[in-house]
Design a binder for this molecule. Structure first.
Ligand code: PEP
Length: 261
């Protein structure tokens, strides 16, 4: 039985005052939730604040990207080692907004995954097809190429990825921020497909890797999605910005049996 993971992706939102209020609300609501794992991925500028407020709590924190480089003359980049200074547990890598804005390739995303695992940071590696790709019938082909980029990592890196419990987030691009999530069947089919691809490289890891769903996940659809057998949690954008919504999703992640009532 895989333990569920719920991650808030705050994107480019927040301020020192707003973060403090939201984090304190979340800490109060989540304090007795011990049957799932939780994390917030904030803008780099607020990682120090997250570290101050979240150390010793049941909410971990992380970044929304990671540099493909180790160090040096890469203006505006943030390295894995720098993130480690703030005790980041997670780093989102290959988010579709990064893939679109920076034309990030699967190969570059795989290098970022390598940087993360070398630093002991758990990558949340995002995959997912666009609307056009789904409508053209090539959704699985696209996701397969994205997943193979990490399945083809060298032995040492793949072992490190296993050791830090690398996470995959299936985020259909057409569902992100649109209010239209994938149906549970659509999501389950892709999650299962991803697990089968991982099994080709490592069956043991395929059984335990957490594959989380992202794309307009809300308190209204969380029951339907999180009760599917291969959906191990959620990567949440908009619903992570209010304590009510995010804590409701976390509550369900802790106990999906309440969905049956
Ligand atoms: C995301 O961008 O990772 C995401 C899942 O966003 P939303 O929940 O707003 O669709």
């Amino acid at each position: 039985m895989r333990r569920k993971l719920v991650v808030g992706n705050w994107k480019m939102n927040g301020s020192i005052a707003k973060n403090k209020a939201l984090i304190n609300q979340l800490l109060a609501r989540l304090q007795n939730f011990d049957a799932a794992d939780f994390a917030l991925c904030l803008p780099y500028t607020y990682l120090f604040q997250a570290q101050q407020l979240l150390t010793g709590t049941n909410i971990a924190w992380g970044s929304q990207n990671i540099s493909q480089f180790e160090s040096g003359a890469y203006t505006s980049s943030i390295s894995a080692e720098m993130l480690k200074d703030f005790n980041c547990k997670y780093a989102i890598i290959g988010h579709s907004e990064r893939r679109t804005i920076s034309h990030e390739s699967n190969e570059k995303a795989a290098v970022r995954v390598t940087r993360a695992v070398n630093a002991g940071i758990t990558p949340i590696y995002c995959v997912g097809e666009t609307k056009l790709e789904r409508e053209s019938g090539i959704a699985k082909k696209i996701v397969e190429a994205q997943v193979l980029a990490i399945c083809n990592l060298d032995h040492t890196t793949f072992e490190r990825a296993k050791n830090v419990n690398m996470v995959i987030a299936y985020e259909p691009v057409w569902a992100i921020g649109t209010g239209r999530a994938a149906t549970p069947d659509e999501a389950q089919e892709m999650h299962h497909f991803i697990r089968v691809l991982i099994a080709l490289r490592d069956e043991e890891f395929a059984n335990r890797i957490r594959i989380i769903y992202g794309g307009s996940l809300t308190p209204n659809n969380v029951c339907n999605l999180l009760t599917m057998p291969d959906i191990d949690g959620g990567l949440i954008g908009r619903s992570a910005l209010t304590a009510d919504d995010f804590s409701k999703i976390c509550e369900i992640a802790c106990d999906t049996t309440q969905c049956l009532i």
